[in-house]
Design a protein around this ligand. Structure first.
Ligand code: ZN
Length: 122
C-alpha cells in the first residue's frame, strides 16, 4: 500500500491506526480500511487498535490487534469483504482459483499488488 494511503489512515484514525507498523496489502483495500477506521473510532473509548494488516491467502487479515470483544465481528466482516474486492483497484473482484488473490477482470494477470500501482488513483 502506498505510504500516502497508510499515512492517511494514521492521520484520520489515530486511535485505531496510530501505531500501525506493517501495512502489506494493495491500494484497492484502502476503502475497506478507511470504513473500518471510522467504525472503530466512533463512540467513546477505549478504542480498538490495529498495528498490522496484510494480505494472506488472498484475504485482508489483521494482526497485533488490541480489540474490544464487540469489534471482532467488524474485523471478520472486512476480511470477508476483501474476498470480493480487487486488491489493486478496489473494483468488484473475485478470488482467483489457483493464484489465491483477489482481482477484477482487468487486473487478473497482475501478480503483486504492491509496488506496481501508481499513487493518486481512485
Ligand atoms: Zn482491479
Amino acid at each position: 500500500m502506498d505510504v500516502s494511503l497508510v499515512e492517511s489512515l494514521r492521520e484520520r484514525y489515530p486511535q485505531v491506526f496510530g501505531e500501525l507498523t506493517r501495512a502489506e496489502a494493495g491500494n484497492g483495500w484502502y476503502s475497506l480500511l478507511d470504513r473500518l477506521g471510522a467504525e472503530l473510532s466512533s463512540g467513546p473509548g477505549p478504542y480498538s487498535s490495529i498495528r498490522l494488516f496484510k494480505e494472506k491467502f488472498g484475504e485482508l487479515r489483521f494482526g497485533k490487534v488490541s480489540v474490544r470483544p464487540e469489534h471482532w465481528q467488524l474485523l471478520d466482516r472486512v476480511t470477508e469483504q476483501s474476498r470480493s474486492v480487487c486488491e489493486i483497484c478496489g473494483a468488484k473482484g473475485a478470488m482467483q482459483p489457483r493464484a489465491v488473490r483477489v482481482r477484477c477482470p482487468g487486473h487478473a494477470q497482475v501478480e503483486h499488488a504492491d509496488g506496481r500501482v501508481s499513487s493518486g488513483g481512485g
